[in-house]
Ligand binder design. Sequence first.
Ligand SMILES: NC(=O)c1ccc[n+]([C@@H]2O[C@H](COP(=O)([O-])OP(=O)(O)OC[C@H]3O[C@@H](n4cnc5c(N)ncnc54)[C@H](OP(=O)(O)O)[C@@H]3O)[C@@H](O)[C@H]2O)c1
Length: 270
Amino acid sequence: MATAMAKRLEGKTILVTGASSGIGKSTAMEFARTSPKSLKLVLTARRIDTLKVIAEEIKEEVGSGVQVLPVKLDVSNPSEVKGFVDSLPAQFRDIDVLVNNAGLVKGTAKAPDIADEDIDVMFSTNVTGLINMTQAILPIYKKREDGGRGDIINIGSIAGREAYPGGSIYCATKAAIRSFTDAMRRELIATRIRVMEVDPGQVETEFSVVRFYGDKAKADAVYAGCEPLTPDDIAEVVVFNAARRENVVVADTLIFPNHQAAATVMHKKS
Ligand SMILES: NC(=O)c1ccc[n+]([C@@H]2O[C@H](COP(=O)([O-])OP(=O)(O)OC[C@H]3O[C@@H](n4cnc5c(N)ncnc54)[C@H](OP(=O)(O)O)[C@@H]3O)[C@@H](O)[C@H]2O)c1
């Protein structure tokens, strides 16, 4: 028998950005596992070959009830985002859930030594990319009855709530997402559109490898002596939020691993 979550998600079209790795990949898998009978997944990222492999993995695991469309999309490129919806095959255009997950951190430099290109890539991906994606999808939602319906789930971070040294730009981008999300929830109050934010603490993904420009040893050192969250832990929350009754908005969620209590308060076993 289908669970309540499976029933509520049945027939929906879910769009996940940054689905080639980490939290985005896990989110795609979790949606497919939760509602395997009838679901459409649009998976986007820059690494299209990786997305194609993930699409095959999903098909193998849950069968043909879930249709997966991998699409190459760089969210930091405004013209790619603008043309995105029209480029989709018609049967994938009626999006119900947007998971704005694509994002990254670069370096640990402090002002005045932060590289221009790192500032640019963090803002253009995490902030402008997320805003442009939202503006591309919202018109689809607003055409629906009662002022509009559909879900926007933004992946923020503990870094958006608490700034830490060596993360000023990343923290600023995630704080910007938080303000944008809160303002939008207020702006859309007369609709049935749900605007939600999920803020993870420490999760082990490719995130730290990207932060340290590919240096895996430095990335591994971040997690030494502690047990970070897995991307599946966050994916479960994202899918839970999307699968609530339409009148329930899980507006804001902060998720830590057990050893973490703040951005920089972590217990490490020696
Ligand atoms: N890991 C953590 O501790 C943590 C904590 C709090 C919040 N977060 C947030 O969680 C989200 C996912 O990160 P993750 O931890 O899963 O890291 P990840 O494993 O590095 O995954 C990041 C994803 O974003 C995609 N991406 C990066 N730049 C992109 C662009 N310009 N256009 C499209 N896609 C892009 C990457 O795909 P391609 O490279 O293929 O484009 C990849 O799929 C991010 O927003 C991050 O800020 C992570």
